[in-house]
Design a protein around this ligand. Structure first.
Ligand SMILES: Nc1ncnc2c1ncn2[C@@H]1O[C@H](COP(=O)(O)OP(=O)(O)O)[C@@H](O)[C@H]1O
Ligand SMILES: [Mg+2]
Length: 367
C-alpha cells in the first residue's frame, strides 16, 4: 500500500508538472502570437527560425519567406549593421534604427536584439524585438521644425521692434525736410536719414541670414568665432542682455565644415539658456581656443547651475524646467543634434564659483 501511495503521489506530481509545463507553454505561445511587438528568433548563425504574426505584419513577409534568412534582411542598408551586431554580441543591442519592409519601404523601429545563451554560456539563439516608432518620430521632427519656426517668429518680432527705431527716425527727418528751406540743415537731415537706413539694412541682413539658412542648413566652411559673434549680436538686438555683463575672449580658431546658420543656432540656444539662468543678472563669458585638432567654444554663466538630478536629462527632447510658454525643452536637444551632425561634442560642467559652462568642440577641417 505504501508503495502504491508513493507511486500515486509521484504520478500526481508528475502529471501536475506536465500540466504546468503545457500551461506555461500555452501562455508563452499566446504571448508570442499576440505580442504587438515583432519577435524574431534566429539561430547562432543568425538564420531566422521563428517569427510571430506581428513580425510578419510589420515587415510584410510571410513566415515561409523569412525562415532561413538572415536578420540583417530586416534592416535598412543605411544602418551600420556591423556595429549593431557587435553590440548585440557584447551585451545586447538596444536603440532606434531604420528597418525595411518587403516592399522596400523603410521605417523607424525601436529594436532590442539580444543573444540567448545556454548553460555553458554559448550563444544558441538571438532574440530580436521591434516596435514601429515611425509616428512618434514624425511628431518629433515636426516639433523640431516648429521650434525652429518659433525661433524665427521670436526673432521676427524682435526685428520689427528694432526696425521701428530707424524707420521713425527716417520719417521724422523726412517730415522736417518738407518744412525746411535751409539747404545746410536739409543736407544734415539727409545724412542722418542715410545713417538710419544703413542701420535698418544691417538688421535685415542679419535676420535674413538666420531664417534663410535655418531652413537650408547647407554646410560650407565657417569659423565658429564668426557664428558666435553673430549669435551674440542677434541676442543683444533682442534686448536680452540687460543686467548681463558680457566677457568676450576669442582665440584663433580654424575653419570647420558646417552650416553657419546651424552653428549660429547652437550658440543662440546656449547663450539664451545662460541668460535664462541669470534672471537677476550676472556675467556671460564667451571663450574660444583651438585645442589640438578641435575648435573649442566655452559659454559660461554665473547663474543658478544645473541641479544634480536634472543633469542626465537636459539633452532630452522636451525636458525643461521652465514654465509653459517659456521653455520647450528642445533647445539643447537641437544643439546636440547639430553638433553631432558635424562630428563634434557638447558637454557641460559646474563652475567652481557657481553657474554652468557649456563646452562645444568641433574637429577642424582637414583636406
Ligand atoms: N546654462 C544653464 N544653466 C542652468 N540650467 C540650464 C542651462 N542650460 C540648460 N539648463 C537646463 O536645461 C533645461 C533644458 O534646456 P533646453 O533644452 O534649452 O530647453 P529650455 O531652455 O526650453 O528649457 C532647461 O530647462 C534648464 O533647466
Ligand atoms: Mg533653451
Amino acid at each position: 500500500v505504501e508503495l502504491f501511495v508513493d507511486y500515486a503521489v509521484a504520478f500526481i506530481e508528475e502529471s501536475e508538472f506536465e500540466n504546468y509545463l503545457s500551461k506555461s507553454r500555452n501562455v508563452l505561445s499566446e504571448v508570442f502570437n499576440l505580442s504587438p511587438a515583432a519577435i524574431v528568433v534566429s539561430d547562432q548563425d543568425d538564420r531566422i527560425v521563428h517569427l510571430n504574426p506581428a513580425a510578419e505584419e510589420m515587415f510584410g513577409y510571410s513566415q515561409e519567406e523569412l525562415l532561413g534568412k538572415e536578420t540583417s534582411f530586416l534592416f535598412s542598408p543605411t544602418e551600420n549593421l556591423e556595429k549593431i551586431l557587435q553590440e548585440r554580441d557584447r551585451d545586447g543591442f538596444k536603440g532606434e534604427v531604420m528597418l525595411r519592409r518587403k516592399n522596400g519601404k523603410e521605417f523607424w523601429g525601436y529594436v532590442v536584439d539580444v543573444p540567448v545563451k545556454n548553460h555553458a554560456g554559448e550563444v544558441e539563439n538571438y532574440l530580436l524585438m521591434a516596435l514601429d516608432i515611425t509616428e512618434a518620430k514624425n511628431l518629433q521632427y515636426y516639433l523640431i521644425r516648429a521650434e525652429k519656426l518659433a525661433g524665427i517668429g521670436i526673432l521676427a518680432s524682435g526685428i520689427a521692434h528694432e526696425l521701428n527705431n530707424p524707420l521713425y527716425g527716417i520719417l521724422g527727418l523726412a517730415e522736417a525736410i518738407v518744412d525746411e528751406n535751409d539747404v545746410e540743415t536739409i543736407h544734415q537731415y539727409a545724412n542722418e536719414i542715410i545713417e538710419y537706413a544703413r542701420e535698418a539694412a544691417e538688421i535685415v541682413k542679419d535676420l535674413a541670414g538666420y531664417s534663410y539658412s535655418s531652413q537650408m542648413g547647407t554646410a560650407s566652411t565657417v569659423n565658429p568665432n564668426t557664428a558666435l559673434k553673430n549669435a551674440l549680436k542677434m541676442i543683444s538686438r533682442l534686448g536680452k542682455l540687460k543686467n548681463i555683463k558680457v566677457v568676450e575672449d576669442y582665440g584663433e580658431l580654424e575653419e570647420i565644415n558646417a552650416s553657419s546658420s546651424e552653428l549660429q543656432q547652437v550658440f543662440v540656444n546656449l547663450i539664451t539658456n545662460a541668460i535664462d539662468a541669470m534672471p537677476n543678472g550676472g556675467t556671460l563669458t564667451l571663450k574660444t581656443r583651438q585645442v589640438g585638432d578641435f575648435d573649442e567654444i566655452r559659454i559660461s554663466d554665473t547663474g543658478t547651475g544645473i541641479p544634480e538630478k536634472y543633469k542626465t536629462h537636459i539633452f532630452e527632447p522636451f525636458f525643461t524646467t521652465k514654465p509653459v510658454g517659456e521653455g520647450t525643452g528642445l533647445g539643447l536637444y537641437i544643439c546636440y543634434r547639430i553638433v553631432n551632425k558635424y562630428k563634434g561634442s557638447i558637454d557641460f560642467e559646474d563652475n567652481p564659483e557657481g553657474g554652468t559652462t557649456f563646452i562645444v568642440r568641433f574637429p577642424v577641417k582637414r583636406d
